[in-house]
Design a protein around this ligand. Structure first.
Ligand code: SF4
Length: 238
């Protein structure tokens, strides 16, 4: 995604957020199979489908079982939906996910020789792959420097920058994607995105954000409002 508006976030504040999040992730980030350096792009795609609307800790064991049985797109394309449903049952939405998984695998085989395409537009042309999943797959599997925004990340940005609530479909939150793109470091984008996802799960939770343990509290509007001090340099023109 090209940078279009260099004025969205103050450079000093953006730099502080990047550095603090990347350092925090190195010390406190979570470990999952889809973060392994040896994971294949097909495995990343399968994990992203399983992770939709599901906590990572719940998806992880199911992903491990599924990928042990279906190691590539060709095998998944030939799977019986009933067998997939049984494997995916612990996640909920198992019927829908089973259909999505097999449809995606069949499309990968039919159009891409069983390989996952690297471009965002081709990823989004796959069945049931939206903007979040496409960006997450491109970032994790191909080291693309693209932002990843789920509900947790949107909540963090909303609190840090005092943003209005995003639209129900995050894919349509264009200002938010532009802001996220400007905050994203071009190097270590993957670690930065993982840090945001982890922060939203562990620290900046929806009900009780643990601002006293947050690595970016000094840059956050909400934290500043609770202790009555100004955050690091505020310039936001959304
Ligand atoms: S300081 Fe608090 S509100 Fe701000 S990002 Fe951290 S946990 Fe969330």
């Amino acid at each position: 995604m090209p940078r279009t508006n260099p004025q969205l976030v103050d450079a000093r504040r953006a730099r502080a957020i990047r550095e603090r999040l990347i350092n925090w992730e190195a010390a406190s980030g979570r470990s999952f199979m889809w973060r392994s350096p040896t994971i294949t792009s097909v495995e990343v795609l399968v994990c992203e489908i399983l992770l939709a609307k599901t906590r990572a800790e719940v998806a992880a064991p199911v992903a491990a079982t599924l990928l042990a049985r279906y190691a590539n797109a060709e095998e998944l394309a030939k799977a019986r939906v009933r067998d997939l449903e049984r494997l995916l049952y612990p996640l909920g939405l198992h019927k829908k996910r089973a259909r999505h998984l097999r449809a995606c695998a069949r499309d990968l085989v039919a159009r891409f020789g069983g390989q996952v395409p690297a471009s965002i537009s081709e990823l989004m042309s796959l069945p049931y792959i939206g903007r979040y999943a496409a960006n997450a797959i491109a970032c994790v599997a191909f080291d693309a420097a693209v932002p990843v925004i789920d509900a947790n990340v949107a909540r963090i940005y909303g609190r840090v920058f005092s943003l209005p609530p995003p639209p129900p479909r995050l894919a349509n939150a264009h200002d938010l994607w532009a802001l996220a793109d400007q905050l994203l470091p071009r190097r270590q984008a993957k670690v930065f995105n993982w840090a945001l996802l982890d922060l939203g799960s562990i620290i900046c939770t929806s009900r009780s954000p643990a601002c006293d343990r947050c690595p970016i509290a000094a840059c956050c509007d909400q934290a500043a409002s609770t202790v009555d001090r100004a955050p690091v340099s505020i310039t936001l023109h959304l």
